[in-house]
Design a protein around this ligand. Structure first.
Ligand SMILES: NC(=O)c1ccc[n+]([C@@H]2O[C@H](COP(=O)([O-])OP(=O)(O)OC[C@H]3O[C@@H](n4cnc5c(N)ncnc54)[C@H](O)[C@@H]3O)[C@@H](O)[C@H]2O)c1
Ligand SMILES: [Zn+2]
Ligand SMILES: [Zn+2]
Length: 360
């Protein structure tokens, strides 16, 4: 991406050799996440030019000098938040909150990038991993080894939407068995919230989207009920309350639009929790009625990356997938070449289809 809000293109870049503490990963799959679209559409400030993509997996094909804890041929999923390992958040085990991460600068640890264009022009690597590419050079801490047998497209999704959605339910909200759950928005992130709610043993899982066909997919990964959202949020809230005995204990917003953020909060019963997972344009502000929130002891939680500790959680989620508990393959409906990215963005913008995966 050379300019925010403009079409992205496929370019040939130079990739430097991995240095000490770095590995080169051959990318085998890169999911197309709505966060990539927020970036493509210029909704978040980001440096350019940048190699896009943050939901990728592949195999290690070279290791830098003195790297001993990774080896060539190892299957890995890439983490879009590379923890510094020493800041306050990292020291307290909340690596998703690392404020010193090079991923926030889209560079390697020393501020340089392994990518150069024509005339030695430096090119940023999105979240330090720039996965919409044939290969990438990343810090060791970004390349998380997975158990054998996980298909690359599934491994890629573990790198973003699966960890985000499953973790929002199990780690951020800590949904208890028997609770009622609503998930608003059934893309890769929302369907992962549904899978997480099923693992949590939620009693009722209401899947909500404006596209009716997504409700069937949600049912196939654990939803007990489906609700098609029309243009009137009040009608959706009323139907949801009816299905959940007065409102869901937990409402996950997995879109990032103000009307659905407000819908999630407004639908809550006494003591209910809204978990905001969808990301809005940078400066967006929502509103809610303060009195009932306080009076009804309701809660609003934000959840970044599903509170993932990638080194621990990626292999765990991968094993759950291999055990049949996380049917991630059902989230994927289309594989496209790198130069199909703009068409993939068009489909994502239109809400057409499920998770798309780029196969370089
Ligand atoms: N918190 C995090 O760490 C994190 C991580 C990854 C993605 N995200 C964000 O999560 C959001 C979802 O990502 P995704 O890749 O699953 O997106 P997606 O576009 O695949 O899914 C969004 C879904 O919402 C549905 N939808 C849109 N408007 C609706 C409405 N008014 N009512 C009901 N349904 C509606 C669409 O049909 C679609 O199925 C994005 O904002 C993304 O940036 C956040
Ligand atoms: Zn993502
Ligand atoms: Zn840190």
């Amino acid at each position: 991406m050379r300019e925010l809000g403009r079409p992205v293109d496929v370019e040939t870049l130079e990739l430097a050799e991995p240095r000490e503490g770095e590995v080169r990963v051959r990318i085998l799959a890169s999911g197309v996440c709505h966060s990539d679209l927020h970036v493509r559409d210029g909704e978040w400030p980001r440096p350019t030019p940048v190699a896009m993509g943050h939901e990728g997996a592949g195999v290690i094909e070279a290791v830098g000098p003195r790297v001993t804890d990774r080896h060539v041929g190892q299957p890995v999923a890439l983490s879009w938040l590379v923890p510094c390992g020493s800041c306050r958040a990292c020291r307290s085990g909340r690596v998703w909150g690392c404020a010193q991460s090079p991923s926030l600068r889209h560079t390697l640890f020393d501020g340089t990038t392994a990518l150069t264009g024509a005339d030695d022009e430096p090119v940023y690597s999105y979240s330090t991993i720039g996965t919409m590419a044939e290969a990438t050079v990343v810090p060791v801490a970004a390349a998380i080894p997975l158990p054998d047998g996980v298909e690359p497209a599934v491994a890629a999704l573990i790198g973003c939407c699966v960890s985000t959605g499953v973790g929002a339910v199990l780690k951020t909200a800590e949904v208890p068995a028997g609770a009622s759950v609503a998930v608003i928005g059934l893309g890769g992130v929302g369907l992962s919230c549904v899978m997480g709610a099923a693992i949590a043993g939620a009693g009722r899982i209401v899947a909500i989207d404006r596209v009716a066909s997504k409700l069937d997919v949600a049912r196939s990964v654990g939803a007990t009920d489906g609700l098609v959202a029309g243009d009137d949020p009040a009608a959706t809230i009323e139907a949801l309350r009816e299905m959940t005995d007065g409102g869901p204990d937990f409402a996950f917003e997995a879109i990032g639009r103000l009307p659905t953020v407000e819908l999630a909060i407004e639908s809550l019963p006494l003591g209910g929790t809204a978990v905001l997972v969808g990301m809005t344009p940078f400066a967006a502000r929502a509103s809610f009625a303060v009195y009932p929130l306080v009076d009804g002891s309701r809660r609003i939680l934000g959840s970044n990356y599903g509170f993932a500790d990638p080194a621990v959680d990626f292999p765990r989620y991968a094993q759950w997938h291999l055990d049949g508990r996380l049917p991630v393959e059902r989230l994927i409906d289309r594989r496209v070449a790198l130069d199909g990215i703009e068409a993939a963005f068009d489909r994502l913008r239109a809400g057409d289809g499920l998770r798309q995966v780029l196969v370089p």
